[in-house]
Design a protein around this ligand. Structure first.
Ligand SMILES: *Cc1c(COP(=O)(O)O)cnc(C)c1O
Length: 232
């Protein structure tokens, strides 16, 4: 199937799940995850209507950046502090902030560029050592510290990646937990100009409909749009 047909199919499934969750199709944004795919393929998705794309790695993103049509770029993978300067101003949102150190660097580079950068805090609900993300118990303190120190960063919400599972239903408890944490955030009394929790980024090819049913406002879908990735 062509990328444009797969893209249309994913949009249809996203919209149906969004309606099932009692929301309007435009309330959930689809990010087309383009890692390991060439600019020509990415441009096919953009021509089919993709407005937002996600890359995991800074180097790969920069290599493609100039060859890809006008689109909103998101950084969704782990970000090293020393790479921050290369993405500020190029991405609309960094989904994977999991330390004050990283937030400080984003703040510093954003200030230099005269920008405010939108970020999400990545939570590791599964408590797996191998993955990035903070424990949910540490979320409030991290948000408080970022708000106190980082004038050029705006916290927009949460991102989560549940453990890989064969059955999408296995991810539901993790999505529920992230959604309840997200609702809790909305009650925190933090400065409005630095803390606007309105984004919940969760759900991938295998489980995005379940994520939407549980309240995702952004889903990140790669292989269902572009086909399998050929890891080198
Ligand atoms: C690769 C990736 C995705 C998309 O994965 P698919 O299973 O191909 O849809 C989503 N989010 C993150 C953080 C990723 O690294």
């Amino acid at each position: 199937m062509a990328i444009k047909d797969r893209f249309a199919e994913v949009i249809k499934r996203k919209d149906e799940a969004t309606l099932r969750s009692g929301r309007k199709p435009e309330d959930v944004t689809l990010i087309a995850v383009t890692k390991m795919h060439a600019p020509s393929e990415i441009n096919e998705a953009i021509d089919a209507g993709a407005t937002d794309i996600g890359e995991n790695r800074v180097q790969e993103m920069l290599e493609k950046y100039d060859s890809v049509h006008d689109v909103r770029w998101h950084l969704i993978g782990h970000l090293q502090t020393n790479k921050v300067k290369n993405v500020i101003g190029k991405v609309v949102m960094i989904h994977s902030v999991d330390s004050l150190k990283l937030a400080r660097e984003i703040d510093k580079r954003s200030e230099t560029a005269g920008l405010i950068t939108d970020i999400l805090i990545e939570i590791n609900s599964a408590m797996e050592d191998t993955k990035s993300g903070i424990n949910s118990a540490d979320l409030k303190e991290l948000c408080e510290d970022i708000c106190a120190e980082c004038a050029n960063v705006r916290i927009r919400g949460l991102m989560c990646i549940p453990p890989m599972a064969a059955d999408p239903e296995d991810a539901r408890p993790y999505f529920k937990e992230a959604a309840s944490l997200f609702e809790e955030m909305k009650t925190w009394d933090l400065p409005k100009e630095r803390f606007i929790p309105d984004v919940l980024s969760m759900g991938m090819s295998g489980d995005f409909e379940v994520a939407i049913e549980e309240g995702a406002t952004i889903v990140r879908v790669g292989s269902s749009i572009f086909g399998p990735r050929n890891y080198r």
